[in-house]
Design a protein around this ligand. Sequence first.
Ligand code: SAM
Length: 231
Amino acid sequence: MAQFHFVEDYRNHVQRLLEVHPRDEAMSLAVGGEWDRLGNMLSDFVLQHGVTDGMRLLDFGCGSGRLAFYLAQKCRLSAYVGLDVVDELLDYARERVPSPNYLFESNRALSLPSNLASFDVICSFSVFTHLLQTEIFLYLQAFEKALVPGGRLIVSFIELSSHWQVFELSCQAHAHHGQPYPHLNQFLEKHQISTMLNHLRFEHLHFIESDDGIGQTVVIATKPTGASVGL
Ligand SMILES: C[S@@+](CC[C@H](N)C(=O)[O-])C[C@H]1O[C@@H](n2cnc3c(N)ncnc32)[C@H](O)[C@@H]1O
């Protein structure tokens, strides 16, 4: 089967960065830069929004492990699973976070690995920005199934109005390369995410504006305690 665009996009992106930067710098730039500041901020953010000792957490699109690195110092999760599509990022994350209950696994499908147990929290930072709407919905559907009843979803995305400059830069790069470069940048609006989450029967949707939180819009939603839903 052909590879999904996000696999090719991100593997090429990381390869190019590794060719011209020292490894630590490449691993930081691959996830948007400021590895320590953002890792610290993201870990504080999830702790402020319900993550506590003893929980099982899935970090979808974990990159080079900056959230995991800081979370491991601040919280005693019973299990952390980080999924990503780029082996070099996962290798780096494993080196930086050698804790036995922190696992980093490759996943290049439009679904989650079938052997995963349920999670209390699923978070995904700066990943939906690089996916098509259909892909986002398929993953949200998989997240809904992988959460325990009452489990929490924490997902960031960027909106046109708050990230207009990124949009303009993406337009210029697209015009120059003839395709999204170095990867797809997708801009979502709150009502689009709400529509998808409502279809999946998520409850208690709460949005945090980019200026009030981590520099991206974040949606927090809860899986109801009833049965799973299909497409
Ligand atoms: C901007 S980086 C953010 C990484 C990490 N969440 C963080 O904030 O440090 C986006 C990450 O998503 C990963 N990614 C892209 N598409 C993915 C997919 N379909 N499944 C899992 N990871 C994906 C990329 O490889 C990259 O590591």
